[in-house]
Ligand binder design. Structure first.
Ligand SMILES: *[C@@H]1O[C@H](CO)[C@@H](O)[C@H](O)[C@H]1NC(C)=O
Ligand SMILES: *[C@@H]1O[C@H](CO)[C@@H](O)[C@H](O)[C@H]1NC(C)=O
Ligand SMILES: *[C@@H]1O[C@H](CO)[C@@H](O)[C@H](O)[C@H]1NC(C)=O
Length: 170
């Protein structure tokens, strides 16, 4: 009996581990991605294609563009305009003060460019936004008290299962 009274405590512990895992991995809140890392949004030395492929961006996340607003700006455009660096008839002007954020609310590819010649100098960004947060670790199997008991007392459970067919014979 002493052994079995410890089971609820184990269940509580596992529930807490599960909750922490859910909060950190699956339900993790929106992430703010700093475009271009420490260099920010600039024509100097950032490959935004490479930056983008290294980021895991999900619906609800934010981008922050840090730039020198005397030269650069941030315009959301469609794919065609991104490919051709066309800054007319953009979708949205994200530019405000040079530390400007935009939330990515849909699972699609977003395109941003800096107007003028700067897009041709590399200031264009395509961000693939994904629909859900992939768990960082494999999901644990749903916990039942039977599973917990089995993990704690494998020999007991195994012997019960071995005995079961014999009972059925009678
Ligand atoms: C950026 O990196 C990608 C992938 O490595 C490469 O294909 C592309 O040519 C680079 N762009 C520039 C402007 O260097
Ligand atoms: C993209 O935007 C440009 C400029 O507004 C427009 O001419 C073009 O038709 C658009 N392309 C698509 C596929 O929507
Ligand atoms: C974008 O918005 C900023 C700030 O409101 C403004 O100064 C700038 O002229 C706008 N750019 C374009 C291309 O409309």
């Amino acid at each position: 009996m002493e052994k079995f009274r410890s089971v609820p405590m184990v269940v509580v512990t596992w529930s807490m581990v599960l909750m922490v895992w859910l909060m950190l991995g699956v339900m993790g809140g929106p992430v703010l991605h700093k475009v271009g890392g420490s260099k920010g949004w600039t024509e100097h030395g950032v490959n935004y294609t490479e930056w983008s492929t290294q980021e895991n961006v999900y619906v609800g996340d934010w981008l922050i563009f840090k730039f020198d607003k005397r030269y650069y700006n941030v315009l959301e455009v469609n794919e065609t305009s991104y490919e051709s660096c066309m800054d007319r008839d953009f979708i949205k002007n994200v530019t405000r003060g040079g530390r400007d954020v935009v939330q990515l609310t849909e699972a699609k590819t977003y395109y941003f460019i800096s107007a003028g010649g700067y897009c041709f100098h590399g200031m264009r960004l395509a961000v693939h936004v994904r629909d859900y947060r992939e768990p960082a670790v494999p999901a644990p199997a749903p916990l039942s008290s039977a599973a917990v008991s089995a993990a704690l007392f494998p020999s007991t459970v195994t012997s019960l299962w071995l005995l079961l067919p014999h009972f059925k014979l009678f």
